[in-house]
Every structure is written in structure tokens, then in C-alpha cells.
Design a protein around this ligand. Structure first.
Ligand SMILES: N[C@@H](CCC(=O)N[C@@H](CS)C(=O)NCC(=O)O)C(=O)O
Length: 199
């Protein structure tokens, strides 16, 4: 059994939870709840100290979320959520990279107040990261496709969900196509609602 430390608030872990559910791999991967790893021993296996990190059956460590999505895709036979052909593969991976970039910026905005004293907070730095979030979301709207569910879709849905919960930034008014897309995603992928973190 492969172990992954569960964090109900991490959008990067959410990506993996959705992929595992979609690919029917719940019997091969266990998300370990925080109570079973109160001292964060599993996270510490990753020298970057980040989740998601997986511990394989032989004890080896695999991270980060794009790599784990590749891992579960291969476990499910390959070509399931990462298309095999060049064009659709590049599109899916680029959308995933964009969504992950939005997430990294959003996470850094949160860390500004978590890890720095209020008087140290830099408005210039926060604006720099917010610009990435806003520009990233606007660009994502131009990359939408009708392809079967892939890693780009999963990452984008998790990024928008995280912006809603953590930044309370109104991306909807300027991006109506994305609103429709996300509603449709939530309908098609039941694990999206099931993994929604509380505000
Ligand atoms: N690029 C990584 C990002 C993972 C990440 O930033 N996870 C956050 C939680 S949402 C974390 O563990 N942060 C702790 C830290 O940065 O020290 C991925 O895609 O998995």
C-alpha cells in the first residue's frame, strides 16, 4: 500500500485525492489522516518539507503533485489523465503548470502573514503574487478544452477552489467561461465536492 499524508486544506494533496478517486486506485493508496501522523513524520521524509509526499511500499519517497499524478496515471495503465499524444499531452501539462503556478502564488500570499511579522509584510511582494493569480486565471480561460478529464483540468479546479477559500478574490466576474467550466467540472467529478475544504 502506498501512503500519502492527508492534508484536507492542501490543494496539491487535493489534486492527488481527485486523481486517485477518478482512476479507482483507492485500494492501492491510503491517505493517512493527521491524527495518525501528529508530528508530521511523513512530511519530514521530504527534504522540502512539503505535502503531498508519498511513501512507496519499498520505503522510497515520491513527490511532488505533478509527479504523483504521473505515478497514479502509470499505475492505472498510462494515458488516462496524462494524454500520450504530443499535442494533447503538452496542452494538459501546460494547463497543470499554469494552475500549479497560480497555487504557488496563492500559497505564498498566505505564508506572508503566517511566517512574517505584520510589520515585515511587503505590499509589493503581495501585489507581485496577486498579479500572477489574476493573470494566471485569465490565461487559464483561454486554455479550456473539451478533452477527457486530464491533469490540467484537475489542477485548475483545485486552484480555483483554493483561491475561493483562501484569497476570497473575485475571479468570477471577469472570467464567466471559467465559472461555467468549474460548475461543469464539479458535476462531472464527484470527488471535487467531496474534497472541498471548509472556509
Ligand atoms: N510543488 C509542490 C507544492 C506543494 C506545497 O507547496 N505544499 C504546501 C501545502 S499546500 C506545503 O507543504 N507547504 C509547506 C512549506 O512550504 O514549507 C507540489 O506540487 O506538490
Amino acid at each position: 500500500m502506498i501512503l500519502i499524508r492527508l492534508s484536507v486544506t492542501s490543494p496539491f494533496v487535493r489534486k492527488v485525492r481527485i486523481a486517485v478517486d477518478h482512476l479507482g486506485l483507492a485500494n492501492r493508496i491510503r491517505f493517512v489522516p493527521q491524527e495518525e501522523d501528529a508530528h508530521d513524520v511523513m512530511r519530514a521524509k521530504n527534504p522540502l518539507n512539503k505535502v503531498p509526499t508519498a511513501i512507496l511500499e519499498d520505503g522510497s519517497i515520491v513527490f511532488d503533485s505533478p509527479v504523483l499524478l504521473e505515478m497514479v496515471d502509470i499505475m492505472a495503465g498510462g494515458g488516462r489523465i496524462i494524454p500520450s499524444d504530443f499535442d494533447p499531452r503538452m496542452k494538459a501539462l501546460t494547463l497543470q503548470a499554469l494552475a500549479d503556478g497560480i497555487l504557488e502564488a496563492a500559497v505564498l500570499i498566505g505564508y506572508e502573514s503566517r511566517y512574517r511579522e505584520p510589520h515585515q509584510a511587503s505590499q509589493r511582494w503581495l501585489d507581485h503574487q496577486r498579479k500572477k493569480v489574476d493573470q494566471g486565471i485569465a490565461f487559464a480561460q483561454t486554455l479550456l478544452d473539451d478533452a477527457p478529464l486530464h491533469v490540467g483540468h484537475i489542477a485548475l479546479a483545485c486552484a480555483l477552489g483554493f483561491v475561493d477559500v483562501r484569497l476570497t478574490r473575485d475571479w468570477r466576474a471577469a472570467n464567466p467561461k471559467l465559472v461555467t467550466w468549474l460548475d461543469d467540472f464539479a458535476r462531472r467529478v464527484p470527488s471535487y465536492e467531496a474534497t472541498r475544504p471548509e472556509k
